[in-house]
Design a binder for this molecule. Sequence first.
Ligand SMILES: Nc1nc2c(ncn2[C@@H]2O[C@H](COP(=O)(O)OP(=O)(O)OP(=O)(O)O)[C@@H](O)[C@H]2O)c(=O)[nH]1
Length: 377
Amino acid sequence: MKQAVPVHILSGFLGSGKTTLLTQALDYYKESGRKPAVLMNELGDVNLDGMLVEDDVPMTEMLSGCICCTIRGDLGLELRELVLEHKPDVIFVECTGAANPMEMLDGVTDASLLTELELKSVITVVDAAQLLERHNKGVGKTYRLMQEQIRCATLLILNKSDLVSAVELAELQRVIREWNPVAPVTATVRCQMDITEFDRLDDAAGGDGRLPIRHIAEGSESDNQERSRQASEHDDCGHHACSGHHHEHHDHHVHDDHCSHDVHEARSDNDNAVLHHSHDHVMVYTHYFHGPVDSEQFETLIGKLPANVYRAKGILRFTDTASPFMFQYAYREMDFVKIAPKDELPIVAVFIGEHFSRQRLAAELEALERAAAVQKD
Ligand SMILES: Nc1nc2c(ncn2[C@@H]2O[C@H](COP(=O)(O)OP(=O)(O)OP(=O)(O)O)[C@@H](O)[C@H]2O)c(=O)[nH]1
């Protein structure tokens, strides 16, 4: 009998390390002579993470929306096409950090009706420092989304453990255990884990109860009450209403409608502002640059970003360097890596956060562009 293609969902809040884990997993499969494929979903309209996936890995991009709501209907077809066209040995689905993993899980299992796929794991990458900060506050939609992502996981990677103390790490492990007593938890730095774990996950028989649906459905009474409370608090999209919220497929049309109201094109206030997508409370601002900017001025601007811009990434050209750079920013940590792209790339930066002023950010970036243009003249 033909083997169903194993699928792994990579979940986890923005900037937690999903792509870092993905690239390691892809290398592992390739080195062992197998063919991985990737379906990547981004809130913005450019896939910067996709650049970190090598060209020999078949990849489908679903941009400008979150698979868990606006474009979920396409997921099955995209997965089917990946399988028919590339015949991969394994598929990784990387969700946007704002995705509700239960909806994703629904989407992939629906897709398995169209194609021979088998969902093998939901891996949630947790940003230790972020979880600690949000746990200490103990409230907020992001905190609850992180909670849901942890609850829905079959494997938990407690990443960025270099950014917390040993005592804090132990406390986080205790908290995670409370929310999800079933999934194994591995503390990592840069998602360095025993990557052969994927072989075990791929070989595990389907329907053996290792997928999370069961333990969520069987959660304790108090857990269930808490989850229903959260579900009822949340918006019509139900993004955070993971458990006890297992929709019938037709419900999604209703959700799609609600969600699509959140997506606005915003060319009116700024030429460069191509997409303003509000995914529930999460906002995205994509800025296309007209030319290179000064690297120091850019770093200064990023260093002064308000705390509610918690993630940014981009491809940048600087007036004072020859090669372009891939830029990453996650919760106050900045990273610039030289790249040598084969094709012409846009100069672009994507900013993700909550309730920040896109206008102000756009104006600041434009000021950098103007300063660079004046310098050039
Ligand atoms: N300090 C520290 N940084 C890390 C660690 N793991 C990843 N990073 C950095 O965190 C940033 C985000 O990592 P990604 O792997 O792109 O995170 P992601 O979850 O794919 O991000 P989104 O696609 O935006 O949701 C990058 O700059 C990484 O280099 C870690 O363990 N410690």
